[in-house]
Design a protein around this ligand. Structure first.
Ligand code: PGA
Length: 249
């Protein structure tokens, strides 16, 4: 059985007090669930988040990291620094990192390789832009994002990979892919992985959907057979909304 996952990507939101307050609310309201619940606060609040969640099942992820071991990379954060504060999960390849910080598939391949070597779990984000979909290029774009960043990994490394399909046109826009569009793409992703590796790798990888998931649309999206959960942006900043999304899985 694939792991069901609901992850909250807080992006550049919440100072220390707000982080602690939101985590206290979430811990208090967390429903009984088989899903793995993950939150990704900003770097400066990761250690505090870990402390707040000491006796909780909620896990903590970073939103990014550098591929190098250490060294002269001003402003960057290494895998070892994250592991040192017991953060063992990292979001890589988010469309905002690609669009605003110039992250390419080639750079992401290096970051994923480092995460794998360090034994970290990666939530790898990818997805097409609106023009790609309009031009009916969305499958080709997604296939090349996967191939360029991930298909050099050994089959074994996929145990630590979680995929997050996030069509860029649906992120923060209020526009969601229909449950059918999500299912169609998730099935395509699984088929592409089965062809590159084998059916067991494809069947075991959790594929999350991300892009304007809300309490009102979550259960329909999560009901699709190849959708194993969600990566939630805006709605993860309000405890009631995030909890309702967790309840929908
Ligand atoms: P959204 O963001 O839920 O606000 O659309 C999703 C994401 O960027 O991961």
């Amino acid at each position: 059985m694939r792991t069901k996952i609901v992850a909250g990507n807080w992006k550049m939101n919440n100072n220390l007090e707000e982080t602690e307050a939101l985590l206290a609310e979430l811990s208090a309201k967390l429903p009984d669930t088989k899903a793995q619940v993950i939150v990704a606060p900003t770097f400066v609040n990761l250690a505090a988040a870990k402390r707040s969640l000491q006796s909780s099942t909620i896990q903590v992820a970073a939103q990014n990291m550098h591929f190098a071991e250490s060294g002269a990379y001003t402003g960057e954060i290494s895998a070892d620094m994250l592991l040192n504060i017991e953060v063992d999960t990292v979001i890589l390849g988010h469309s905002e990192r690609r669009a605003y910080f110039g992250e390419t598939d080639e750079l992401l391949a290096k970051k994923v390789k480092t995460a794998v070597e360090k034994g970290m779990k990666t939530i790898f984000c990818f997805g097409e832009e609106l023009e790609d979909r309009k031009a009916d290029n969305h499958f080709a774009v997604v296939e090349s994002q996967l191939k360029n960043a991930l298909f050099d990994l050994d089959a074994d490394a996929w145990k630590n990979i979680i995929l997050a399909y996030e069509p860029v046109w649906a992120i923060g826009t209020g526009e969601t892919a229909s449950p059918e569009q999500a299912q169609e793409m998730h099935a395509f992703i699984r088929k592409t992985i089965a062809e590159a590796y084998d059916a067991s790798v494809a069947d075991e990888v959790s594929i999350l959907y991300g892009g304007s998931v809300k309490p009102g649309n979550a259960s329909e999206i999560f009901s699709k057979p190849d959708v194993d959960g969600g990566l939630i942006g805006g709605a993860s900043l309000k405890s009631d909304d995030f909890v309702a999304i967790i309840e929908a899985i």
